[in-house]
Every structure is written in structure tokens, then in C-alpha cells.
Design a protein around this ligand. Structure first.
Ligand code: NAD
Ligand code: WQD
Length: 339
């Protein structure tokens, strides 16, 4: 059993991972500044697990405070989700993105060093493979040319965490490259609750399906894919959460840098997502084809053989589960956590 500090644990992926950690009898302290998270989410976690994680309201950039938490709460491992994640916003607010994502992780590492906590799992992204990488993406490929400050912030952090590990061989650093996480806990108690207009496809689909938005814009149907719309590797957020727990247990005790893709290895187009969502949930999603969105790539997906062979992890839930669970969350919580 370990005691984890989960930064960003009141957000989307963090909250699902906290559920998974508590279910496996680990102890959890959540640190979140609620920039995009919800304190009520922690009550929902307690409803699911019967255990309420400890919560500290605070900013990951506050190294003194983080060091105090690590020492006082006797933390042995950190899972670092806290960050800003909207690609288009990052283009307009680069300094904010580098400050939270890069400076935030630096401050966290300084605090960890001070408190002698040397096990870290970092939320990276498939975006670090860059705009020119061939598909599917393999962990052995170099980090590529990123096209926006968000992607670059993840690449920079990967780089300095690797340097940190080389400088002190006691560190265990896991760099997890997520593909497109979607869905929600099957209870419908926790899920993705974007503040404002959603940036990502699935929350947009569910908000159109429930009638909060009139129509879904499909960004381009002239890509080099089977039906012309972009293809992505969508994975269930609970598979992702289980992946974190497994990696924490298996890689945490092993010093060095551990790099894994977390995806299903199967690309699905935007039109297929809409069609499948309508079919499994028996609801209609009006859409219209619009111009391409800046920066979108035709198609990318994960090569998942490394994590399968080394850790025996593979995504267990299929598209039906992802889309049904996302819809249940939306129906039960039309206004997200505010109801
Ligand atoms: P999210 O916005 O739901 O969660 C992030 C959490 O971090 C929020 O609760 C927010 O309040 C908190 N936070 C932000 N800045 C903070 C700060 N300075 N101090 C403390 N807390 C802070 O996002 P998510 O989808 O759960 O993503 C989690 C992580 O995974 C992020 O680092 C993101 O970049 C990365 N990631 C997400 C995706 C995705 O599609 N969702 C894909 C790849 C990588
Ligand atoms: C998926 C597909 C859109 C909305 C982003 C980040 C990536 C990672 C995950 C953090 C694309 C299309 C979308 C809409 C649409 N995040 N779409 N209409 O762009 O693959 O990845 O989130 O690391 O770094 O870039 O995900 O969900 O935004 O888009 O047609 O209203 O859906 O064009 O093809 P994306 P997404």
C-alpha cells in the first residue's frame, strides 16, 4: 500500500484515478487549485468508494506548500495531473500554459527533492510525437515538432524529467502518453465536466445530444482517411485510471524512466463516433460539416505492444462502454458538478 499525492485529482482523469487507487486500498491526498476541477467531485468519489480522499486546496507552483504536504502527510509517490490542457487556448495564452505546466512541474520536483520523495508519474500526451511522426506512434520514436504551446509544454517537461532521473538514479519517473481519453465512471457519479464550451469531441457530442447545444460541427471531411474525417485512438478513462494504478505499483519501486503509450491501438473517425453514439444510446446528434480546425492531424493512434508485453495492460473497455458511460454521466448530471 502506498500513500499518493494526486495533483489535479479533482479534475477529469485525476478523479477517476483516485477512485481506482482508493479501491485498491492505497491512501490518497488530492492537491488541486480548482481552476478546472470541482470540490464536489471528491464527495462523489466518496459515494463510489466509501472513502473520502483528503483534499488540500492549493497550487502546484507553491513549492513550499507542496514540500510541507509531502513531509507532513508522509507521501511516498506523486501522480501529477495538474495542468492546463486546451490546445487553442494555449496558443493565445502561452505564458500561462508554460507557467502552470512547466514551472508547475519544476516546482513540484523541487518540493519532491526537498522532501526526498522520488516516485513520480507524469501526464504526458500523444501530442509530443509531433506533427510529422508516422503512425502508429511507438514509445521508441523521438519527441517531434509540436505545433502549439500546450504540446511543447509537455515535451519540455518530459525532457527535464528525463534529465532529473539521469542526475539522480534514485528517481522513478513514468512518462505516460495518453491518446484520447473519453467516457466516465459507470456509476455516472463522476465524469468530464468542461467549464464553458467544450474543446473535445465527446463532451460536445453529449451536450448536443441532450439539447444544450444545437448542432455539432464536424471539422473537415477531406482528410486522408476512409470517410474523410479525422481518426483518433479513444480510450475509456477507467482503463486509463487502471493503467495509472498498475504503473504506480509496478514502475514506482523501479528507478529510471518508464515511458508508456496509453491507448487502444485502434483509430476511429469522427463520423463513426457520431454514428456509434447514436446507435448505442438511441439518441440523435445533429451535425454539420465545417472547415478544418487549425492544427488537426489526419489520423493518429498508439502502438500499445510495449505496455502489453511489459506490464500486461491493455484497454478492456470498448467503444460501446465509452459512449454509454459518457451518455449516462451527461444524463445524470446535465449541469456537470453544479447540480
Ligand atoms: P482537467 O482540467 O480535468 O484536470 C486538471 C486538474 O488540475 C483540474 O482539476 C485543475 O483544477 C487542476 N489544476 C490546474 N492547474 C493547477 C495548478 N496550478 N495547481 C493545482 N491544480 C491545478 O484535465 P484532465 O483531462 O483530467 O487532464 C489531466 C492531465 O492529463 C493534464 O495534465 C492534461 O494535460 C493531461 N492530458 C489530458 C488529456 C485529455 O484528453 N484529457 C490527454 C493527454 C494528456
Ligand atoms: C478529436 C477529433 C477534431 C470537436 C486533443 C489534444 C490532445 C489531447 C486530447 C491533451 C478531431 C474533431 C472535435 C468538435 C470535431 N489532449 N472534433 N468537432 O484534437 O485529437 O486531441 O485532446 O493532451 O493533445 O490535441 O481531440 O477531442 O479535440 O478532437 O469534429 O466539436 O474530433 O477535429 O478530429 P484531439 P478532440
Amino acid at each position: 500500500m502506498s500513500k499518493f499525492l494526486v495533483t489535479g485529482g479533482a479534475g477529469y482523469i485525476g478523479s477517476h484515478t483516485v477512485v481506482e487507487l482508493l479501491k485498491s486500498n492505497h491512501q490518497v491526498v488530492v492537491l488541486d487549485n480548482l481552476a478546472n476541477g470541482y470540490e464536489s467531485c471528491l464527495r462523489r468519489i466518496a459515494q463510489i468508494t466509501g472513502k473520502k480522499p483528503e483534499f488540500v486546496l492549493g497550487d502546484v507552483r507553491d513549492a513550499e506548500k507542496v514540500a510541507r504536504i509531502l513531509r507532513d502527510k508522509r507521501i511516498d509517490s506523486v501522480i501529477h495531473f495538474a495542468g492546463l490542457k486546451a490546445v487553442s487556448e494555449s496558443v493565445n495564452k502561452p505564458l500561462e500554459y508554460y507557467d502552470v505546466n512547466v514551472h508547475g512541474t519544476l516546482a513540484l520536483c523541487k518540493a519532491m527533492k526537498k522532501a526526498r520523495v522520488k516516485r513520480l508519474i507524469f501526464s504526458s500526451s500523444a501530442t509530443i510525437y509531433g506533427v510529422e511522426a508516422p503512425v502508429p506512434y511507438l514509445e521508441s520514436m523521438p519527441r517531434g515538432k509540436t505545433s502549439n504551446p500546450y504540446g511543447e509544454s509537455k515535451a519540455v517537461v518530459e525532457r527535464f524529467l528525463t534529465d532529473l532521473s539521469h542526475s539522480d538514479p534514485d528517481w522513478s519517473v513514468s512518462l505516460l502518453r495518453y491518446f484520447n481519453p473519453i467516457g466516465a465512471h459507470p456509476s455516472g457519479f463522476i465524469g468530464e465536466a468542461p467549464k464553458g464550451i467544450p474543446n473535445n469531441l465527446l463532451p460536445f457530442i453529449t451536450q448536443v445530444a441532450i439539447g444544450q447545444r444545437e448542432v455539432l460541427s464536424v471539422f473537415g471531411n477531406d482528410y486522408k482517411t476512409e470517410d474523410g474525417t479525422c481518426e483518433r485512438d479513444y480510450l475509456h478513462v477507467m482503463d486509463l485510471a487502471e493503467g495509472h494504478r498498475l504503473i504506480a505499483e509496478q514502475c514506482g519501486p523501479k528507478p529510471g524512466v518508464h515511458i508508456y503509450n496509453l491507448g487502444t491501438g485502434k483509430p476511429v473517425s469522427v463520423l463513426k463516433m457520431i454514428e456509434h453514439f447514436e446507435k448505442v444510446n438511441k439518441v440523435s446528434v445533429p451535425f454539420r460539416i465545417e472547415d478544418r480546425r487549425d492544427g488537426d492531424l489526419d489520423a493518429f493512434w498508439a502502438d500499445v505492444s510495449k505496455i502489453e508485453h511489459e506490464l500486461n495492460w491493455h484497454a478492456e473497455r470498448g467503444l460501446d462502454d465509452m459512449l454509454k458511460d459518457a451518455w449516462r454521466w451527461q444524463l445524470q448530471n446535465p449541469d456537470g458538478y453544479s447540480c
